[in-house]
Design a binder for this molecule. Structure first.
Ligand code: ZN
Ligand code: ZN
Length: 386
C-alpha cells in the first residue's frame, strides 16, 4: 500500500505500555502510550496489532498513504481491554472516506467484534457515534486458525488472560514475528500452544509486565514476567525477544534494570520503546534495531573543546578536532572525512588542558553518528551518546 516494503519486514512500536497511558518525564525513554505495533510486510502492506493510545500518532503518520479498498489497513486485535482499544476512536483514517479498514478480533461471549467497538462510541462514553466514521470499515471475526491475508500467513492461538487474548504469528516469506501480549504463564495448554506458535520466530514480542518478585502478588491479573519471557524464548528458540506491555508504575530506570537482568539469561533482548524500529531483512539472519531517540532534544551549548574521535573497533582511524556544540545527549563537530550515519565511534572530549588542572579532565563516551553533512571542505558530524 505504501512505498515501503521491498524485501524487508519492518516493525514500529507506537505504544508499549500496559494497562493505562503513562505520560511522564520518568517514562520518556520507553514511552507512555498503550499497545500498538505497526508491521510493514515485505510488499509494503500495513498490519496494525492492537489499537491502544499509540494508534493515534500512527494514524497521523499515515496521511498521504493509499489505504484504499484495494489496499485496506488491516488491524488485528489481541483483545478488548481498555489499553488495547482506547486509541481506536482517535485513529484518523477512520474519518476519511478514501480509506478502507478491516478490524479482526475474536468474538467475545457477549458481543460481536463490531458491537464491541460500537459500544466504545456509545452514549455517554464518547461525544459522537460510529456514524461519523467515513471510512469503509469491516469487522471480521478471527478464532484459532491460519489464514493468508495481505500477502502474509497469520496463525493465532489463545493466551491465558481474563476474558481471553489472541496471540499472532505473522509469517512473511522466511521472516516470522510473533505478538503475544497479555498472557499469564503457568497454565496448560496455553503455555505449550504459545511455544508452538513462537517456534523459531525471528522476533517474539512478549508480555513482560512484572519482575518475578512482583508477580508473586499479581497472580491472576493476566500478565507475565521477563523471566517467563526468557523461558519461552529459549524453549521456542526465538532469535530476539522484545519485552512488551511495561507496567504503568515502572519508570525508565526500572525497565532498564529489568532489561539488564533479563539480558544476563538471554542476550538478544530489547525493551520495547516508542519509536523503536526493528528491521528484518530478507535472506539475512540479521535483525536491526533503530531507536526513536536517535536525535538530540536537549539545549545545545557552544563549547569549543578539543575532541578525539575514533571509529569503534579500529585503532588506525583517529582524528583530533574541536566540538562545535555539546548537549547532555550528544555533540556536533567537524571532521576531514565524512562518517556514515549509523557508524559507532568512541569520543574523548578534553574538558580542560593539562596545565590548568595538573592533569587533563575528559569525557569518554561511545556514540552513534546520526547526522553527516558537507560543510565547506569538511564534514559536519552529529552524534548521540550511548
Ligand atoms: Zn493490556
Ligand atoms: Zn488485557
Amino acid at each position: 500500500m505504501a512505498a515501503e516494503g521491498g524485501g524487508k519486514v519492518l516493525l514500529r512500536f507506537w505504544g508499549v505500555r500496559g494497562s493505562i497511558p503513562t505520560p511522564s518525564p520518568a517514562n520518556l525513554k520507553y514511552g507512555g502510550n498503550t499497545s500498538c505495533v505497526e508491521v510493514r510486510t515485505s510488499t509494503g502492506q500495513l498490519i496494525i496489532l492492537d489499537a491502544g493510545s499509540g494508534i493515534r500518532p500512527l494514524g497521523s503518520s499515515l496521511a498521504g498513504e493509499d489505504g484504499s479498498a484495494e489496499h485496506p489497513i488491516l488491524i488485528f486485535m489481541s483483545h478488548y481491554h481498555w489499553d488495547h482499544i482506547q486509541g481506536f476512536p482517535f485513529f484518523e483514517p477512520l474519518y476519511s472516506k478514501e480509506k478502507s479498514v478491516i478490524v479482526h478480533g475474536f468474538s467475545s461471549d457477549r458481543t460481536s467484534v463490531g458491537q464491541t467497538f460500537g459500544d466504545q462510541f456509545a452514549n455517554p462514553y464518547f461525544p459522537v457515534d460510529m456514524s461519523v466514521l467515513r471510512a469503509k470499515i469491516r469487522f471480521d471475526t478471527i478464532g484459532v486458525e491460519t489464514r493468508e491475508v495481505g500477502g502474509v500467513r497469520i496463525t493465532t492461538s489463545y493466551l491465558n488472560h481474563p476474558q481471553g487474548s489472541l496471540a499472532y504469528r505473522i509469517e512473511d516469506g522466511d521472516r516470522v514475528v510473533v505478538y503475544a501480549s497479555d498472557h499469564e504463564h503457568g497454565k496448560e495448554p496455553f503455555d505449550r500452544n504459545l511455544r508452538d506458535l513462537a517456534k523459531n520466530a525471528d522476533v517474539l514480542i512478549y508480555d513482560c509486565q512484572y519482575t518475578p518478585e512482583e508477580y508473586s502478588s499479581k497472580v491472576g491479573w493476566g500478565h507475565s514476567t521477563w523471566q517467563e519471557g526468557v523461558r519461552v524464548a529459549n524453549d521456542a528458540q526465538v532469535k530476539e525477544l522484545v519485552m512488551f506491555h511495561h507496567d504503568p508504575a515502572h519508570s525508565d530506570f526500572f525497565v532498564d534494570s529489568m532489561v539488564q537482568a533479563a539480558r544476563e539469561h538471554f542476550p538478544n533482548i530489547h525493551g520495547a520503546m516508542e519509536g523503536m524500529e526493528v528491521n528484518l531483512k530478507e535472506y539475512s539472519p540479521e535483525v536491526a534495531y533503530k531507536f526513536g531517540l536517535d536525535k538530540r532534544y536537549n539545549l545545545r551549548h557552544h563549547v569549543p573543546l578539543p575532541l578525539s574521535v575514533r571509529l569503534r573497533d579500529t585503532v588506525s582511524k583517529q582524528e583530533k578536532t574541536i566540538v562545535e556544540n555539546l548537549s547532555l545527549d550528544g555533540a556536533f563537530f567537524l571532521t576531514e572525512d565524512p562518517l556514515p550515519t549509523g557508524t559507532h565511534v568512541e569520543v574523548e572530549i578534553e574538558l580542560a588542558p593539562a596545565e590548568t588542572l595538573g592533569s587533563p579532565s575528559r569525557i569518554k563516551a561511545t556514540a552513534k553518528v546520526v547526522r553527516c553533512e558537507k560543510i565547506g571542505e569538511k564534514a559536519g558530524i552529529g552524534i548521540t551518546f550511548r
